[in-house]
Design a protein around this ligand. Structure first.
Ligand code: CTP
Ligand code: CA
Length: 224
């Protein structure tokens, strides 16, 4: 599918967006997941498409359908997502909105784990690759602008700022995902855009509005 738009500030720009949760199998019937609906990532991909970008949308098993007019790559696990991201490079801009599972089973079983007289299963985990950090630290093919998200429940700005520095992305979109905010799975988001030496607090608004505002910022940054 090609973008229908022939004008707009992002025409000719390749943009990658990761979105949704990942699912990490425990056994053939169970998996590790998280509460990401994929709504914010899908909205960002739509907004970038509307500005004329050629969008590659790499999504885990999300609740919301992928947008039209973008290249959709559907994945399950963090490792699948990393592979799809690597295959999509080079791009001009990369937005990492996915809620990637941090851990997977060290040794997923091919048979269903059965109860055994009250003995708990001995599940061993291993850490998934950090896709955002890997892309941010690329020596070759690093996108001009790399944007991460930081979903936090405590010390949001502090944690998000150190996350940006640690991973090496250019901007990080920080959000407070405490259950009482209703943001995880809801239609609104309240974010702070942390760039080089600036933290821009945006008021709570619809996820589609957050996406539009972010897409405009991206367009300004890559065309100026
Ligand atoms: N991310 C990623 N690959 C991972 C984990 C996270 O690409 N394996 C990306 C997310 O898409 C997001 C950013 O990194 O853009 C931050 O994700 P987050 O879960 O907040 O950060 P973590 O480094 O996993 O730290 P923690 O969950 O411990 O807060
Ligand atoms: Ca994480």
């Amino acid at each position: 599918i090609r973008s229908a738009l022939t004008d707009g500030p992002l025409v000719g720009k390749q943009v990658l967006v990761t979105s949704g949760p990942t699912h990490e199998p425990i056994d053939p019937v169970r998996y590790i997941a998280n509460r990401s609906s994929g709504a914010q990532g899908a909205a960002i991909a739509s907004a970038l498409r509307d500005l004329g970008a050629d969008v590659i949308f790499i999504t885990g098993p999300a609740e919301v359908p992928p947008p039209t007019g973008v290249h959709v790559v559907q994945v399950q696990t963090a490792r699948d997502m990393k592979e799809a991201v690597d295959a999509a490079l080079p791009v001009d801009v990369a937005v990492f909105a996915a809620a990637v599972a941090d851990w997977r089973m060290a040794t997923p079983t091919t048979s269903k784990i059965k109860k055994k007289n009250g003995a708990m299963p001995d599940l061993k985990f291993t850490e998934n690759p950090d896709i955002l950090a890997a892309v941010s630290q690329l020596k070759k093919n690093r996108p001009q602008l790399v944007i991460g998200f930081a979903a936090e429940t405590d010390d949001v700005i502090e944690n998000a700022t150190s996350k940006r520095d640690r991973k090496g992305c250019d901007w990080i979109v920080a959000n407070d995902v405490r259950p009482e905010t209703g943001i995880m799975g809801g239609s609104e988001n309240a974010v702070t855009l942390i760039s080089k030496d600036n933290a821009d607090v945006w008021p709570r608004m619809d996820k589609t509005q957050v996406a539009t505002k972010l897409a405009q910022r991206i367009a300004k940054a890559v065309t100026s």
